[in-house]
Design a protein around this ligand. Structure first.
Ligand SMILES: [Ca+2]
Ligand SMILES: [Ca+2]
Ligand SMILES: [Ca+2]
Ligand SMILES: [Ca+2]
Length: 372
């Protein structure tokens, strides 16, 4: 991990001024740049994974065309697999570098990127762009390949103590003590994982694992871009993929802000690349990713970099100060609503109203939080 915090960085953040309608984009908060060479967690999120957290690689593939799992519970009942059958969870703990516990509107993420390398040689061809859900109706195969997508992480269910799963308690295990099961026992296989990929559309952690079945296109946080590989070409082993997160998407911005508030970034790699199947439809043209437990590839497991600005509380116009300009901003955007942190939304509740005037006055002349 390395970290840098100085005001010279402000000049790098002018690009942040383009963040949609998110108010906190003026580039005057406390800038922090943090990067991580090793994930806190990298885990193969796959129902049949018994090596929960200590496997040296993890796959991303789909069950398209082979979702049916006859007699899954041994009682004659049939199940289906999630279409995004094999997923890869990666995470980085940020609380030591970026203060946790602030209001989500005090975090303005100006860039974020994940890097991870392939663990297998020439298993799949490189598709650098999104494929819509309709293109999968004929199956997972595609002449120019299928992209690898990055999403946020949602949670459902509880641990054995009844505590809801979250980034705070979902962990990776060791050989002696594997991590949590992927699914609750005795339940159908689909729509049930404790952790799942989400595009956080509208701030809701919807599970996008079956988007072809459910006939919608999720919005990936990023599409993997491979250095030195031409689209349509086979991907060599140790190829580094870069996932540059779309921080101008308000849903991505809010997801990352919530993650920083909690001190933990969690992301899910997913693709609808075809699984392997005997006599079935799957060619096995899917990606595998190097995890930190791999001994043969030091340095190619997941890495993450993020730049963020910290704003004072109730900074309605995002200029790094709380003063009369914020009262003006509240009035100028009166009764607007949207994602938390829209212009004028001093109290970060997604609407501009009298409470925002009160918030500005109560935090009058507050300063931005310091970097740790
Ligand atoms: Ca791991
Ligand atoms: Ca394609
Ligand atoms: Ca202000
Ligand atoms: Ca408000």
């Amino acid at each position: 991990m390395r970290i840098r915090s100085d005001h010279l960085l402000v000049s790098l953040f002018i690009v942040g001024a383009g963040i949609g309608s998110v108010a906190q984009s003026a580039g005057a908060g406390t800038p922090i740049e943090a990067s991580y060479d090793t994930p806190a967690i990298d885990l193969w999120n796959y129902p049949f994974n018994s090596t929960r957290g200590f496997k040296p690689d993890a796959d991303t593939f789909s069950a398209l065309g082979q979702e049916l799992f006859p007699n899954c519970l041994g009682n004659g009942q049939d199940c289906t697999f999630d279409q995004r059958d094999s997923q890869t969870l990666v995470g980085f703990d940020t609380g030591a570098d970026i203060p946790a516990g602030l209001s989500v509107c005090q975090y303005v993420i100006t860039s974020a990127a994940l890097e991870i390398a392939t663990a297998t040689a020439n298993a799949f061809v490189y598709d650098s762009t999104y494929d819509t859900w309709e293109t999968y109706l004929g199956g997972a195969e595609d002449g120019d390949g299928r992209p690898v997508e990055l999403y946020g992480v949602g949670y459902r269910g509880t641990d054995s103590m009844g505590t809801p799963w979250s980034s705070a308690n979902y962990f990776e295990g060791t050989f002696q003590s594997p991590g949590p099961p992927i699914l609750p026992s005795g339940t159908p296989m689909s729509d049930a994982r404790f952790v799942f990929p989400t595009d956080f559309a509208g701030g809701i952690a919807r599970d996008i694992s079956n988007n072809v079945r459910d006939m919608f296109d999720p919005s990936p946080f990023a599409i993997g871009q491979a250095a030195g590989v031409s689209p349509g070409a086979l991907v060599p082993v140790d190829t580094q993929f870069t996932f540059t997160l779309d921080v101008q998407n308000p849903d991505v911005q809010n997801y990352l802000a919530e993650n920083l508030r909690d001190g933990r970034i969690r992301l899910m790699l997913s693709s609808l690349q075809p699984a392997v199947s005997d006599g079935g439809p799957g060619s096995g043209a899917f990606a595998s990713w190097i995890c930190k437990e791999a001994s043969f590839s030091e340095g190619f497991h997941a890495r993450f970099a993020i730049t963020v600005e910290l704003l004072p509380p109730s900074d309605a116009n995002g200029d790094g100060a709380v003063n009369f300009a914020d009262v003006t901003s509240v009035l100028a955007n009166w009764l607007n609503s949207g994602a938390p942190g829209i212009l004028g939304d001093a109290d970060c509740n997604g609407s501009v109203e009298f409470g925002d005037v009160t918030a500005v006055l109560s935090d009058w002349l507050a300063s931005a939080p310091m970097a740790p």
